[in-house]
Design a protein around this ligand. Sequence first.
Ligand SMILES: [Zn+2]
Ligand SMILES: [Zn+2]
Length: 325
Amino acid sequence: MPPQVHQALSPVSPAHCRGGFLRRLLRRLDSWEAVERRRGRPPGKAWWGHLPFLVLHLACLAVLWVGFSWTALAVAAGLYFLRMFAVTAFYHRYFAHRAFRAGRKAQFVFAVLGASAVQRGPLWWAAHHRHHHRASDREDDVHSPRHHGFWGSHVGWILKPENARTRLELIPDFARFPELRFLDRYDTLVPALLALALFGLGELLASLAPGLGTDGWQLLVWGFVVSTVVLYHGTFVINSLCHVWGRQRYATGDDSRNNFWLALITLGEGWHNNHHRYPNSARQGFFWWELDVSYALLRVLERLGVVRDLRPVPERILRAAAGTA
Ligand SMILES: [Zn+2]
Ligand SMILES: [Zn+2]
């Protein structure tokens, strides 16, 4: 994407910020501009871009320093669950596949919740995923285990500079919303606020309820660092393991599989062969015995009036699964 196109699409152009400090801060946080800056850097210097991802993994060792409490573990598990739901139901089923409908305010909340998973912004995430479905397990599928090996499909593709750009051309339907472009461009903002909130909550609990045995650093390490790293790999297994391990119900022409264990840890995404057969459905477990927690929660949100028009699986595809079509 040429810089001038980024500029035109930007909701907050640094040129419009007159305050020197604010302008510098926005430039620092601007992930779109960072991609442009890194373009053309010698490969030896490109690894600097991986530093935050590596540091977050290493920071898990800080559990040895901050210690353990059941409160910290509960916060980490709760944030894993909430953010996994946000990634699967909103980043994936809503933004990438438009599997249901929602109002603009709800859509913004979905994007904020998804951004808290520290997997870049909604447009970057959904655009790359749309490309995955167009090119499943072909050479240009950036996370195909068949072509790029297991680790290449699991984490390697995220670390490659050529995959850092938000492919706006693949997601014009959502890129037209300035609030989504803002979240995508300043994709570290929500994670930073979450980290700060966790530290503040921990300090508050340390003074109001010392019996819980927690504090700011402990909640930051368990609730943000550990939970986010586990969430990374919980999500990435769909790109790697779910194209390698499991059963193929449908001859989709790619390597996608159905796998109960992966569906369990990803709240329903493990029915990946089903999903490749019919990506636009709000449900990925096509039958009641195929556990799909995200779909069950979307049904609750539908009853509450937050989302509507959940797209079903066509009857012919269900019949084909039963071998009767
Ligand atoms: Zn896939
Ligand atoms: Zn998909």
